[in-house]
Design a protein around this ligand. Structure first.
Ligand code: OAD
Length: 257
């Protein structure tokens, strides 16, 4: 993949350097280079190979909790060995250099936190956490036994604390994300197909308020967001460090020592 031209990179870097308030939305693409499969890419995407209605809906869970747990256990194991990549580290470098920064992610893999972000908005939950399907409480401890685990308080089934199809997003998380999109002067969208609402509307909210939109993706299909848009075509693990280096030539974006 050739990546953005020097002129495209320089224009995006200039916008980033001038920005006072940056909102970033990430999707599965930013973790692809950490070895975590995305959802909608032909052949390799999770939803190309598995049925979301069986594995990621409340109805599917109640029908066959054992199957859903087996799938999430396999995903948790795959994620447990994954490490943040240079794209994640570059976002930490941006956070350190702009006056105001909000990171919003659709990912449940915890890699942004591992990279060093203390504050972030996890719109779709976190695969490491569990909660009770019935009473909603999170257990104090969870040691992931083989069977379908149960809530110590009410006896209900425990489930992964992620958002499934047909479920509402955590109210506070989406309110904070919408607020950041309305307020920001630069919106950076990284590695998302931008089709799942309400996250998909966030860059449009920002664009309607006049924010510059930067889109980092390996494809530019379906990403024509607003008039002030810069497409940076390429892998986020390469494009984001290049963007940081172009915006702040003295920056180091590698893993913190
Ligand atoms: P998708 O799988 O829909 O999209 C991944 C995007 O990342 C695509 O646009 C790819 O072109 C792009 N991509 C892949 N590799 C990349 C790389 N190395 N660098 C940059 N871009 C790359 O994933 P999401 O948009 O995150 O929700 O999907 C949104 C939601 O749909 C997920 O959070 C999940 C799923 O159903 C729930 O489970 C609730």
């Amino acid at each position: 993949m050739s990546g953005p031209s020097p002129a495209e990179l320089a224009a995006a870097a200039a916008a980033l350097r001038q920005a006072r308030d940056v909102a970033v939305l990430t999707g599965a693409g930013i973790s692809a280079e950490s070895g975590i499969p995305t959802f909608r890419e032909a052949l390799t995407g999770l939803w190309e190979r598995y049925r979301p209605e069986a594995l990621a809906t409340p109805e599917g869970f109640l029908r066959d909790p054992q199957l859903v747990w087996a799938w999430y256990r396999a995903r948790r194991q795959a994620i447990a060995g994954a490490k943040p990549n240079p794209g994640h580290h570059a976002l930490v470098a941006i956070e350190r250099r702009v006056p105001r920064f909000t990171l919003i992610t659709q990912n449940v893999d915890g890699l942004h936190r591992q990279a060093g972000h203390r504050e972030l908005i996890e719109l779709h939950g976190n695969i490491e956490r569990v909660k009770c399907f019935d009473c909603g409480r999170a257990p104090a401890a969870f040691d992931d036994p083989e069977a379908v685990p149960r809530c110590a308080r009410c006896g209900g089934l425990l489930r992964p604390d992620v958002v499934w199809f047909g479920e509402m997003l955590p109210e506070r998380a989406i309110a904070r994300a919408q607020d950041a999109a309305q307020r920001c002067d630069l919106f950076l969208s990284v590695g998302t197909s931008n089709v799942v609402e309400p996250a998909a509307s966030l860059p449009w909210i920002a664009a309607r308020r006049g924010a510059t939109v930067l889109v980092v993706n390996i494809t530019d299909s379906g990403q024509q967001i607003g008039p002030h848009i810069h497409h940076l075509l390429g892998r986020s693990g390469e494009v984001l460090p290049a963007l940081v280096a172009a915006a702040w030539p003295d920056a180091t974006t590698g893993r913190p020592a």
